[in-house]
Design a protein around this ligand. Structure first.
Ligand code: PEP
Length: 253
């Protein structure tokens, strides 16, 4: 069975002290994880290791970096490599978040390179895709997302994509309070799974966890996660409110 995942994306928010307080508060609220369920915290680089330590011993709870360099190593001041993340045992890396595509000009090819480096270093990518509002309004979201998948993922092997994690995040729903409807989410998730099935077969496609991201909140997580092709969520704002994120975790299938 594919994994059901509640992934937090803290973005460029929270100091180390605030992050520790948030985790303390979250862990004072009961939430339970089955064997196919995971919680992932997308943590800023400077305190990935501290958060990892704080989470040590918790089953099915992992940390993610929010980005990594597309270069292996060398004279790239300010960059963080996949190898560095491996050296501190980071489990996941969020790749191709729309904020990085938009503000840092990350191209399909660059994202493909980052994914390769993650996989070479035993780190699991969480590959983000999703259309802007103008594309949704034009009704061309399916082909837009298909291009994102083919350009950044189709060089991978079936083995590399087995158990892979994709996050569908319509840009018009991120941080806007405007969530995709259950039907819109299910339709796109089914589309993503069929694209992967056409290229890699039903078994590989069925093993891929496809998370929904875009204003997931405590009051809508259960309905969205209940859609057959939605395998949890990538959550920004609500992941930084302990009580809300606990409800979101408990909404996993
Ligand atoms: C995100 O950060 O990827 C995101 C979906 O944010 P929010 O939940 O705040 O819309």
């Amino acid at each position: 069975m594919r994994k059901q995942i509640a992934a937090a994306n803290w973005k460029m928010n929270l100091t180390l002290q605030q992050a520790e307080e948030l985790l303390d508060e979250l862990h004072s609220i009961p939430y339970s994880l089955d064997k196919d369920q995971e919680v992932i915290f997308g943590v800023p680089f400077p305190y990935l290791a501290q958060v990892e330590q704080k989470l040590a011993g918790r089953n099915n709870v992992y940390v993610a970096a929010q980005n990594c360099s597309d270069k292996k190593n060398g004279a790239y001041t300010g960059e963080v490599s996949a190898e560095m993340l491996q050296s501190i045992a980071v489990d996941y890396v969020i790749i191709g978040h729309s904020e990085r595509r938009e503000y840092f000009n990350e191209s399909h090819t660059m994202l493909a390179g980052k994914i390769n480096l993650c996989l070479e270093h035993g780190i699991k990518p969480i590959f983000c895709c999703g259309e802007p509002l103008a594309v949704r309004e034009a009704g061309t979201q399916n082909s837009y997302v298909e291009t994102q998948l083919t350009e950044s993922l189709f060089h991978l092997t079936a083995a590399q994509l087995t158990g892979f994690v994709i996050a569908y995040e319509p840009i018009w729903a991120i941080g806007t309070g405007k969530t995709a409807s259950n039907e819109q989410a299910q339709e796109m998730h089914a589309h993503i799974r069929s694209i992967m099935a056409n290229q890699y077969g039903a078994d590989v496609a069925g093993s891929i966890s496809i998370l929904y991201g875009g204003s997931v909140k405590a009051n809508n997580a259960k309905d969205i996660f209940g859609q057959p092709d939605v395998d949890g969520g990538l959550v920004g704002g609500a992941s930084m409110v302990a009580a809300d994120f606990a409800v979101i975790i408990n909404s996993l299938k």
